[in-house]
Design a protein around this ligand. Sequence first.
Ligand code: UDP
Length: 324
Amino acid sequence: MKVFITGGAGFIGSHLSKALLDQGHDVLVLDDLSTGSMQNLEALQGREGFDYRIGCVTDVPLVTELVDRCDTTVHLAAAVGVRLIVEKPVHTIETNVRGTEVVLGAAAKKQKLVVIASTSEVYGKSKAVPFRETDDLTMGPTSHSRWAYACSKALDEWLGLAYYREKGVPVVICRFFNTVGPGQTGRYGMVLPTFARQALAGDPITVFGSGEQSRCFGHVQDTVEALIRLIQTPEAVGQVFNIGTDEEVTIRRLAERVKAAAGSSSEIVTIPYDEAYAEGFEDMLRRVPSADKLEATVGFRPRTPLETTIADVLEHERARLARA
Ligand code: UDP
């Protein structure tokens, strides 16, 4: 099969590209390198069946041509990372909504399968963990930029499901929970690569808020496995799936575990949200997925223990430091 991956030079996209190539599939990547990087593509260049274009997911003729050349599209291109969302809300909303419109419009011409990346952020402030795909979404007010990301992704979901129901386009929606692993940049605020770099450098490890907020960190390898299975499962079409692990950890405990695993003497410091992000920033206190539907549909759920994931990230960061 030939898979078109928008945002293929990003963290998840480049891991997905590699896994598909390893399984003998062809991959065509489109990325504007806004948050993705050439470095992620370098490892794939020269591999048989791999090709890429640098360009924007809102470029209608380009996207139409690339969707047409492939069997399936995985639409990962988006404005991501909480820091970016808070700093550039216009860019976030426009990129996320317009990009998905363009991809779905192109796929509709020939009824091609599209997998749309959504996010656990759409559950918003809900406290009803574990989150299930049929749960209500509890967004915050429009005065807080953070929720622009969740709403833009929720609109992508509505649009994807509307194309499925009204136009018969095969669409699968994936809600990614915190996905981490080797190669993720901390530049856009992601916590695990940030803690790993701070711990290895001996710098203060910056816990935002009380540190009592918790997350479930899934290994990117598991995310990619789930995605590839979903692409190959016809029953997944027209449905929404959580992709994540249910091993929950508070951010303070994560800082302690990264520090210990790195053998670091870094101090763990607490920074108020207002200072870390923006005045009045609202965080999600808990975010735990139910992966029951995913497992029932594709026979797999993310299970890599956090200990292994932390070790993988630290190993990657140590190698990066050694190269630098
Ligand atoms: N966080 C933190 N220190 C950092 C970066 C993030 O304490 O240097 C916190 C952040 O406030 C959130 C959690 O870690 O509560 C996860 O943040 P991330 O940006 O990785 O993902 P999110 O779950 O917010 O999408």
